[in-house]
Design a protein around this ligand. Structure first.
Ligand SMILES: C[S@@+](CC[C@H](N)C(=O)[O-])C[C@H]1O[C@@H](n2cnc3c(N)ncnc32)[C@H](O)[C@@H]1O
Length: 320
């Protein structure tokens, strides 16, 4: 294993394989023809969020377990899960400790180090790689391709192409996870206004919902069957304007984009005033509910009639 320092330099397409002895991964997979011209992973990073991510954006442990349970049911207890943009591993660490094989890919070494702290000594395989430039995974192995709150950060055409390449010939499930906030929630309201301000500054926020819809539609053109988005976990949160604003100040960029410091500062100042007028004291808290939602597709088997599909497995969980 390499030291923390050895991950700080360099942004090659596939930089290093960390914490991993899995036979499913290959660092020498040829990605040279797979680099979309407009993709620039270096423009936005989660490196400086690794320590605060779980506190700021994490799920309750019980909810992460509920999500992992549904995903594990999809695999019927075994098979290979590829987790794209695995992050600090709140869900991935539960998957990795189950009976299926698990490979988590993330571009950010600090996020993976935070993930690593949650893992036992022999479970799971974490690979540091730019998933926007091809996945260091052997073809035809994956039973489940999972991406939680990360698929919108990657070029959709590459996501589709790599999923089809790594999917098991007998079929596979693609599950895209996201956190949904209640319509009237404070965070949803602040986020909407922040996105409006970014747009006014000529910066287009990265939208998870639109990206997931694009991916699902694209998979459908390859014969995949979409499943209805399902809520697989819900939890209550206490929210305060001051917390959202501080969290945005602390992390780099806004809404998945790198933003010049001056613009970011102007936007956050405006949001502070706006929020004070609309929601009152920044330290006043209110309760709301958040949900974890899975959407995605079932990829048909290439050579057999065997097929897995989430609709059968999570039929008892809440439809959205
Ligand atoms: C919002 S976090 C989500 C983390 C985790 N999946 C979760 O839901 O808690 C997005 C993750 O995607 C990773 N990521 C962003 N761009 C990436 C890329 N090009 N290749 C691999 N990982 C990437 C980030 O480093 C970050 O860990």
């Amino acid at each position: 294993m390499k030291s923390d320092d050895s991950y700080k330099n360099g942004r090659d397409a596939i930089r290093s394989v960390a914490f991993c002895t899995s036979s499913f991964t290959t660092a020498c997979y040829d990605v040279s023809n797979m680099i979309p011209a407009e993709h620039d992973a270096s423009s936005f990073t989660f490196d400086d969020q690794a320590e605060s991510f779980d506190r700021r954006a994490g799920l309750p442990a019980a909810s992460a377990r509920d999500v992992a349970l549904v995903l594990q049911e999809l695999l019927d207890g075994s098979g290979l899960v590829i987790d794209i943009g695995a992050g600090t591993g709140e869900i991935g660490s539960v998957l990795a400790s189950g009976s299926s094989s698990y490979v988590g890919i993330d571009i950010s070494a600090p996020m993976l180090f935070a993930f690593r702290r949650k893992l036992g000594p022999h479970s799971g395989c974490l690979v540091q790689a730019d998933a926007g430039r091809g996945w260091p995974i052997v073809s035809g192995q994956a039973n489940l391709v999972f991406s939680s709150r990360a698929a919108h950060l990657l070029p959709p055409e590459l996501f589709v192409r790599e999923t089809l390449r790594v999917a098991h010939p007998a079929g596979a499930v693609v599950a895209l996870g996201s956190v949904k906030r209640e319509q009237g929630s404070l965070r949803a309201d602040l986020r909407r206004e922040m996105r409006r301000l970014l747009a006014a500054a000529g910066i287009r926020a990265r939208g998870g919902r639109r990206a997931r819809e694009t991916l699902v539609a694209s998979f459908e053109t390859h014969g995949a069957r979409p499943f209805r988005p399902r809520r697989v976990a819900s939890w209550s949160v206490s929210e305060r304007p001051a917390d959202s604003l501080r969290a945005w100040r602390e992390k780099s960029g806004l809404a998945g984009r790198s933003v010049p410091e001056q613009i970011k500062d102007d936007i956050l100042r405006h949001l502070e005033d706006w929020s004070q007028k609309r929601h009152g004291e920044p330290t006043t808290s209110r309760q709301t509910v958040e949900h974890y939602e899975l959407s995605g597709v079932c990829l048909p088997g290439r050579s057999t009639s065997e097929n897995v599909c989430i609709t059968d497995i999570v039929r008892n969980k809440g439809d959205v």
